[in-house]
Design a protein around this ligand. Structure first.
Ligand SMILES: [Zn+2]
Length: 192
């Protein structure tokens, strides 16, 4: 039984996601998931880091709606958590957003502002040890879990996406990202 979970403070900072981008998401979903819709029913949470140093640069990348791997819509995330612990929401959790191959039909994407470094493990650990940022991430994940009934085992890192029980890609695409390795996600799960 979950204890009452408080909704954390969330700053709304939406990226443009009008009819054109929604239609792009419908076409992407048809090709990759066999269902032509932009509607999301969240079942998984995928953790990412931005590989860049500022919130604003990540926001601009996602707002741009530029093709990735030759397809539209552009990549995005539902949330970005800045290093000082501010949770920004870019896209409603009812809308599919392209952040992890094979899981955009099922997953909420949370980005954390963090530069790449000597290794993905190093970058994950920077976040885990940045008190204000990791506290905000944990509060957000706990609230999303409670809201959508998402099991802790379905809180995963981008590096784990190909192994998710919800993974599906009809074009046989696979993720090649190493943000949020299993060993580091295990550490985060213990905080939930
Ligand atoms: Zn990622």
């Amino acid at each position: 039984m979950l204890a009452a979970v408080v909704r954390p403070a969330i700053v709304q900072d939406p990226i443009p996601f009008g009819a054109r981008r929604k239609n792009e998401m419908v076409a992407y979903s048809r090709r990759h998931y066999g269902d032509a819709t932009w509607h999301l029913k969240p079942r998984v949470i995928v953790l990412h880091y931005t590989d860049s140093g500022t919130y604003r640069s990540a926001w601009s990348t996602f707002a741009g709606d530029t093709a990735s791997l030759g397809e539209l819509p552009g990549t995005c995330a539902h949330f970005i958590v800045s290093q000082d612990g501010v949770i920004h929401q870019l896209v409603p959790t009812t809308v599919r957003c392209r952040h992890a191959i094979g899981l955009n039909q099922a997953a909420i994407g949370i980005e954390m502002v963090q530069v790449g470094g000597r290794s993905a493990h190093w970058s994950d650990q920077q976040i885990l040890h940045r008190t204000r940022q990791i506290r905000a991430v944990v509060a957000l994940v706990r609230w999303l879990q409670a809201t959508y009934g998402i099991a802790t085992g379905d809180v995963i890192g981008h590096a784990m996406a190909n192994g998710s029980r919800f993974f599906r890609d009809d074009e046989h695409w696979r993720n090649d990202h190493d943000d949020w390795l299993a060993v580091d996600v295990k550490q985060l799960r213990r905080m939930l």
